[in-house]
Ligand binder design. Structure first.
Ligand code: ARG
Length: 462
């Protein structure tokens, strides 16, 4: 039997020499997976309760184990725990300490389980709570975005396609795009929880166990929906890790699109937004500068998010069943991805609270680029019963005329307009008013002020 002397590995009875220092250092994951300690201790407590309920261990031993585990939890929480890389990971570090605290009875805890099922159980529970944290950050961003949207329903700006002025929109409508993106992210993260909700505990090393365990009991106690179906699949599967990393990647991609857009808007050429001094940085040589470094940070971090997803996909590619040490890297990748997305969401939220639209410049820019041309074409269809294609041609001629005269559409006189289409009457001039243009887009999902107000109300209720 393996004696668990303090400095001996659990497998000391079989492997007579200690692992080479070089591999010990590299192969150990304790620096990373110690953050699973709460999950690991909770999983062990539930496992011990189940072993007792099934009469696999005695009441006395179960209580000793629970006592020891709770003591360990306090030690770790109070920074009194000595983590040792020699014991590889969080599971072995805790087990080793349990031996020190309660003696040889600690050896009963690992009955009918393996680190293979233990680690995925811990990890799934950890990802669940990380997902909730991300979603609450997303909620805060959505709330703060709605606050600016509320104040800018009637702020008019040009909507762009190809970065060319396209049609007039409400700035609030634009901001609600971010709300849509982040709401989809939330849903994506939540959907992952549905797939992840199967309890791995009890499949042990690979083939299940000959002990009469109760997986339904641990499933319920650990807050899962059902036990996993296949023991080999369970210890090999890291799809839930990919789902998390993919969701982080999509969310980072959204953040980077927003960041890039705001960088453009903040440029001197566009000048569409003002940034508070809280969110700009200076230059070491150019005294006049106020740079949007935070946005560039956000834009750049999508790179590392995709990198994490691809690292994990690559680790899994071609990996035969079932557990291999390769899989241990999943935690480093996920912890890194999680930390970065949390940072990004925190920074984006700070940004959203500290920028404002340059309303005057938004309107000025909206007056460039003949952005009410589509409105004129629609008017010709409605008022003069033209086909849309006919109206499109007429409108193109009006735009050509305006360009030739170096005027905006709204600066053309009715006489000039009649040169293109004699049927036109004075009321056509209203069409070139940007406000009227925005107001008219009443179709569901369109930018009319009324629609936007309704949408804001709807989101606020949600
Ligand atoms: N630290 C290990 C990991 O995260 C735990 C599983 C170890 N299992 C094994 N058979 N070596 O992958």
């Amino acid at each position: 039997m393996a004696k668990n002397k303090n400095n001996q590995a659990i497998w000391g009875a079989r492997i007579k020499k200690s692992t080479s220092m070089a591999f010990q250092r590299i192969g150990s994951s304790i620096d990373l997976d110690k953050r699973l300690y709460k999950e690991d201790i909770n999983v062990s407590k539930v496992h011990a309760e189940m072993l007792f309920k099934q009469k696999i261990i005695s009441f006395k031993i179960k209580n000793k184990i629970i006592f020891g585990l709770e003591k360990i939890e306090r030690e770790i929480r109070n920074n009194k725990f000595q983590f040792n890389e020699k014991y590889e990971d969080i599971h072995m570090n805790i087990e080793k300490r349990l031996f020190q605290i309660i003696g040889e009875d600690a050896g009963y805890l690992h009955t009918a389980r393996s680190r293979n099922d233990q680690v995925i159980t811990d990890f799934k529970i950890w990802i669940k709570s990380a997902t909730h944290e991300i979603n609450s950050k997303l909620n805060v961003i959505i709330k703060n975005t709605l606050k600016i949207a509320e104040k800018n329903v009637s702020t008019i700006m040009p909507g762009f396609t190809h970065l060319k002025n396209a049609q007039a929109v409400s700035f609030a409508h634009y901001l609600l795009v971010y709300v849509e993106m982040f709401s989809r992210d939330k849903k994506r993260f939540y959907n992952n929880l549905e797939n992840l909700d199967e309890n791995p505990l009890g499949v042990a090393a690979i083939s299940g166990t000959s002990f009469n365990i109760d997986r339904d009991y641990t499933t319920k106690k650990l807050g899962f929906k059902k036990p996993t179906n296949n023991s080999i699949d369970t210890i090999s599967d890291r799809d839930f890790v990919l789902d998390f990393l993919y969701s982080v990647s999509v969310c980072s991609m959204h953040i980077s699109r927003i960041a890039e857009e705001l960088i453009i808007w903040n440029s001197d050429a566009y000048n569409l937004i003002f940034l508070s001094d809280k969110i700009v940085t200076g230059s070491s040589i150019m005294p006049q500068k106020k740079n949007p470094d935070v946005l560039e940070y956000l834009r750049g971090k999508s790179g590392s998010a995709y990198g994490n997803l691809f690292s994990m996909l690559t680790i899994l590619k071609g990996l035969p069943l079932s557990y291999f040490k390769d899989l241990q890297d999943d935690k480093e990748i996920v912890f890194k991805a999680n930390e970065t997305i949390i940072n990004c969401l925190t920074i984006l939220n700070e940004f959203i609270k500290n920028f404002s639209p340059n309303r005057k410049q938004m309107l000025n820019l909206a007056n460039i680029g003949y952005i009410t041309a589509t409105d004129l074409a629609d008017y010709l269809v409605k008022k003069h019963s033209m086909s849309f294609r006919e109206a499109y041609k007429k409108t193109a001629n009006v735009v050509n005329l305006a360009e030739k005269k170096k005027k905006n559409l709204s600066e053309l006189s009715i006489e000039e307009l009649k040169m293109v289409e004699p049927k036109l009457t004075e009321d056509v001039l209203m069409i070139f008013d940007l406000k009227n243009s925005v107001k008219s887009k009443k179709s569901y999902g369109g930018t009319s002020f009324e629609n936007v107000k309704k949408m804001i109300r709807k989101y606020k209720k949600m």
